[in-house]
Design a protein. Structure first.
Length: 396
């Protein structure tokens, strides 16, 4: 056996044997050798039997992220290229069937590449390196992406809090190719969107909501729609294109709302039907309630209130408050399209939160559909953490 290895406590090998890709610090009995951040280490059970090869992260509670369960598989350039090729290959034909040129090509652990996210917007790639292992192979990843996909640009958005937990500094900027001068234009289901990959949220756009935007398109005809946490207007554009009589869009970000206005104009949609309000959503919903405003369709797509299970209780209160306010604004027979992207909130818990909000509002809400992330964000069966986006369509 190689000198650099982590030896698990007795019984802690079960998660590896069931193919979960994370090894927590609490499950490690000892470390043999002195692995540096991002180094590949052997994972051994308490009898020193081989279990896996993993990327080591000495400062994270997720102390190692598994690369492979195959003992003789080297973690090298060929391995990385094969994983990237395989991930892209899983999405063959998906852009055409989903009617878009924006796609998540690599989704971290769910695609066998822990900590790497790559989104494609036309000829631009946006990557995030979220783990010590992905960071270790940064130059190889860029080289392979250029070789396989031949993009005009690769922009890095590794400017997220999780990197601090991995002992890494945030990084953001052009990683390869020409300088990006303007917002990138993409298309999806017949609509055009401007995407700001340099300053926008996440990698610039919420690709994971693609099919759910189409749902709102189908539901919106002749309805008065309220879109909360609207960002650059994904649900707004679909509601307007779907024939909504009016759409009120609310967000706290002035730049996002300015891009929403541009997106409405870009698609030739009726601007007179689009009301755009900048402000705190919680505050504005209470104001709408006090003004006795009401809507036929309310969309709630808030930010991540609970990244981890430890924050679920606090997040549950926020989710309940926002759903309670939305339910009170719904007309009889109205529809609530509500989401949670918090990994710490399960689908069952989210459904209970919405049910509790309905109870507090003294109304019956009927769940008529359940929603999830788009198929380029696959859920790995042995890694439930890859299932994060939960949505419900409820009728009052």
């Amino acid at each position: 056996m190689a000198e650099v290895a982590i030896i698990l406590r007795a019984g802690r090998e079960k998660s590896v044997l069931t193919r979960h890709p994370w090894i927590f610090a609490s499950g490690i009995d000892q470390v043999e050798g002195e692995p540096a951040i991002g180094d590949t280490v052997l994972v051994l059970d308490n009898k020193k039997k081989f279990l896996a090869k993993a990327a080591y992260s000495p400062s994270s509670q997720i102390r190692a992220r598994i690369w492979t369960l195959v003992e003789n598989e080297a973690i090298d350039h060929d391995f990385l290229k094969n994983r990237i090729n395989t991930s892209i290959g899983r999405r063959t034909g998906l852009m055409q069937s989903e009617n878009t040129d924006a796609m998540r090509l690599i989704y971290g652990e769910a695609d066998g590449f822990p900590g790497l996210v790559v989104d494609q917007y036309g000829t631009t790639l946006v990557m995030q390196l979220l783990s010590a292992g992905a960071e270790k192979f940064r130059s190889e990843i860029i080289e392979i992406l250029v070789e396989i996909l031949k993009p005009e640009h690769i922009y890095e958005r590794s400017d997220v809090e999780i990197r601090h937990l991995e002992g890494l500094q945030p990084r953001e900027g052009l990683a390869w190719g020409k300088k990006i001068m303007n917002a990138i234009q993409i298309h999806e289901n017949g609509l055009k969107y401007l995407v700001d990959v340099t300053e926008g949220q996440k990698t610039g756009f919420y690709i994971d909501q693609r099919r759910n935007r189409q749902k709102v398109f189908e539901l919106a005809k002749d309805k008065q729609v309220l879109n909360c946490f609207c960002y650059t207007g994904g649900f707004t554009l679909n509601a307007l294109a779907g024939g909504a009589s009016s759409v009120t869009s609310v967000d706290s970000s002035g730049p996002a709302l300015e891009q929403l206005k541009q997106n409405v104009s870009l698609n030739g949609l009726d601007e007179s039907k689009s009301e755009i309000i900048e402000g705190d959503v919680f505050t504005l919903l209470r104001k709408f309630r006090d003004q006795a405003r009401s809507f036929d369709l309310v969309v709630l797509d808030p930010p991540k209130f609970a990244p981890t299970i430890s924050q679920a209780e606090k997040a549950s209160r926020a989710y309940k408050d926002i759903n309670l306010l939305a339910i009170k604004l719904l007309k009889p027979g109205g529809l609530l399209v509500t989401f949670s992207c918090s990994g710490g909130v399960s689908r069952d818990l989210f459904q209970k939160i919405v049910a509790g909000a309905a109870l507090d509002a003294n109304v019956d809400m009927r769940i008529i559909d359940q929603l999830s992330q788009s198929p380029d964000h696959p859920v790995l069966s042995s890694f439930p953490e890859s299932f994060y986006l939960k949505g419900l369509i409820c009728q009052k």
